[in-house]
Design a protein around this ligand. Sequence first.
Ligand SMILES: [Zn+2]
Ligand SMILES: [Zn+2]
Length: 313
Amino acid sequence: MSVLRITFLGTAGAAPTIRRGLAATAIRAWSDRLLIDCGEGTQRQMLRYGTGFKVDRILFTHFHADHYLGIIGFLRTLAMSERTEPLVLQGPSPDVERSLMKAIHLGWREYQFPISIENVAPDQVIERGDYLIRVVAADHRKSAVGYSIEEPPRPGRFHPEAATALGVRPGPQFGVLQRGEKVEVSPGRWIMPSQVMDPPRPGRKVVFSGDTRPCREVVEASRGADVLVHEATFSDIEKDRALETMHSTAREAGEVAAEAGVGKLVLTHISSRYDAQTEILAEEARSVFQGEVIVAEDGMRMEVGYREDSSEE
Ligand SMILES: [Zn+2]
Ligand SMILES: [Zn+2]
């Protein structure tokens, strides 16, 4: 099974605490090393939690200061290294260029590796070969997006004994069927892949909401996701503040997870008020969502396996 690993580097909302750094999540997806957001202090969190500085692409959800100021110091550190590999920075317009150009050139004039800035828009799909990144609309005070990391459906299980019983000879013909093509076992007699293979199985999917009010687009994008990482800045007691600042409560995050039918809900972007009392948030989400609920902590690592059988492949 190819690697799909999430490491939470910073799980605080708005301001850091002793326990939590500002927003940043490292993702190892196949051979790609992604970072979602890069709050102040992210480079130190990378060292502390062992994800390293080898990042190919930074996916910014939006350009509130708590999500991107870490890029200034991180780029400066990369500029002092031997790095030659390109770095892609992506985020929603119109802020992506304005905010990042300033950040890139604050403190350093020229880099020895190429940096490119890409605008992204909701529903855009970025093909990465083995998987894809889908941009998800979010509902926040600034133009903001979330991201869905998706593996394409995998072929269903092949049943060699069924194929043999139908007259397929073991060998190259098995491979033809497994690739989804029919084979001729005797003149005019064809065996279809569907006769010897189970239906395709869904690939893995992980969705990151970014900062947002609960919204339809995140629900739709999260349907059937293995993991939904949703912000839960507040608890229900502060619902008014959540509305005012365009954030979500833990209960609302739970409602999104329940409606989308996700496997697991991870709450992040935690207000300092709940820093060490996250059980309140978890319980609230659990009151509306039956699946597993976890409150993210800095340094928490999560391997995403196949839901039906984690031991295969
Ligand atoms: Zn934020
Ligand atoms: Zn924000």
